[in-house]
Every structure is written in C-alpha cells, then in structure tokens.
Design a protein. Structure first.
Length: 282
C-alpha cells in the first residue's frame, strides 16, 4: 500500500483486497472505498462537475445539480438531482452511484450523512489553492485520470506563478450578498484567491463567521480601495454598483466574476484578476 500526500489530503493509490477497488482518504479525513472501475458518478458541486468534464468523464457522470451549468451540454442533458443544499436523495439513490463527489461547505451535512450510509461519498473541503490542487489530484486518482489531473494541476500552478502582484496590496471588500451585506473572512477559498491577486481582504479579521454580515458603517470604516460585488451567490448588478459608489465615493466598485474567485476545480486554469487589479498598478 502506497500513500501520497498532496496539500493536506492523503489518498491511497492501491487495490484494496477487501473491496476489490480503490481506497481514498477524503478532505474530511474519511476513508472512502470505491469500485476499481467507476461507471456511475454523481456530482453535487458545480466546480467539481466542471472538473469531471475536463477529466473526460462524460460517459461516467450520470447526475449533477441544477446549479452545475458548466459544461452547457451536461447541464442540458444530464439528470439533475436537485440543488447543492436541497439534493433529491431518492433520485440520487435511483441512479445507484458508485461514487458521489460532494463538498463540506456547499452541501447539507444531514443529506451527505444519508448518502454516506448508502454509497461511497468523497467530500472535499477547499479553503486554499493547495487544497484545490490536492482535490483535483485525488479525484484524478479515483477516476483513473491521474495524467489528465496532473496536467490540470500543472497548468494551475504555472498560472498562479505568473500572476503579477501590485507593489502595495489593495485594500479590498468582497461582497457575496445584499440586504444584508455579507463578506468573507480569512477561512474562505475566496480570501485565498484575493491574496493571490494582491488584494488585502479588509474583513479578514472577522471570526464570528466565515461569511460575516457587514453593515454600511463597517464598510465605511474599513476604507476599501476596491469593492468587488460578486456575481454569485447574489446576482449583483450595476444598480448595486451605483449605490455602493454613493456609499464609498473614494473606492473603485466593480462587478466580480464569482465563479472565477470561488470555483476551485479546473476553472482555476483560467484565473485572471487583472481586470480588477490592473488599475492599481498604474
């Protein structure tokens, strides 16, 4: 039995005599046994669905959520098994999956526990770039797409090594929700993406929640130079930008591609914060 550690994830690349399959340690440190040859995969997270597509698993993936919009042909043709927080458990069971890919934050714990009692469920917990590349490597190992996964990880690594950093970190407020405003603290994947972009998250210190509620007064007091209004989960638009500019007239307010900052799968190969940070490099 051989083990390899990628980031903080340990996966075991071995044939298990008892299960005649693969054994993997997921990102909750759970041991997950799966069949040697996976034929029916269900994905409950959009970014991991996109990863499965980029690994070439079109035939094997049989179920996705209603939020798994990429790739578009899958969104239009694959069976939908509810939302990330409202999975249709009986629909998933009817698919008889030999692997379910889930996420600690994006899925409901009680629903995952119901599935874990019946099927192999591999759960990711991604808060940093290292966690993301480890997840990709582990999924590649599980699905016999180790080479493809390694290529994706290599492209991501090269991409982030090439990111240009502003000379001074940009004081940034990243908002994911309106009424009330909600931001992000240091324990989120978005925070790590802001750091990689050369942005200093003004609410990094908030330890009351990973996604703290912030008042207008808190925003004013934080004095951000850049305010990013995410396209998801709340669909901010230019009307919200105009209102934020009135509240923070000295800040640059922009709509942000929420998928770019929060999807932790193969989309990271396209990560490019320059539309948001370039004005501060002039």
């Amino acid at each position: 039995m051989t083990a390899k550690r990628e980031g903080y994830v340990l996966f075991v690349a071995t044939c298990d005599a008892k299960t005649s399959g693969m054994t993997s340690i997921d990102q909750l440190n759970r041991t997950v046994h799966v069949a040697e040859s996976l034929q029916r995969i269900v994905s409950t997270v959009p970014s991991q669905t996109e990863l499965l597509a980029d690994l070439g698993l079109e035939r094997e993936v049989v179920g996705i959520t209603k939020f798994c919009t990429s790739p578009d042909p899958w969104f239009r043709s694959k069976q939908r098994i509810g939302g990330t927080k409202t999975l249709k458990l009986e629909a998933i069971a009817s698919l008889e999956p030999d692997l379910i890919l889930a996420n600690k934050e994006e899925n409901d714990q009680a629903q995952l526990e119901w599935l874990m009692a019946r099927f192999p469920v591999w759960v990711s917990d991604v808060r940093t770039l290292g966690h993301a590349t480890a997840m990709i490597a582990s999924v590649g190992q599980l699905t016999h797409r180790k080479t493809e996964a390694g290529q994706i990880v290599g492209r991501i690594t090269d991409r982030f090594h090439q990111l240009a950093q502003p000379s001074v970190p940009i004081r940034t407020a990243y908002l994911i929700w309106s009424n009330p405003f909600m931001s992000i603290n240091a324990e989120t994947f978005i925070h790590s993406m802001l750091q990689a972009s050369g942005c200093n998250n003004v609410f990094t210190h908030r330890n009351d929640s990973r996604y703290p509620v912030v008042s207008e007064e808190a925003l004013i007091e934080a004095q951000p130079e850049l305010v990013l209004l995410s396209s998801e989960p709340f669909p901010f638009n230019e009307t919200h930008c105009d209102a934020m500019r009135l509240l923070l007239p000295d800040a640059r307010v922009m709509l942000a591609d929420g998928a770019m900052f929060s999807w932790y799968g193969s989309r990271l190969t396209q990560f490019d914060p320059r539309p948001y940070t370039a004005p501060f490099s002039l």
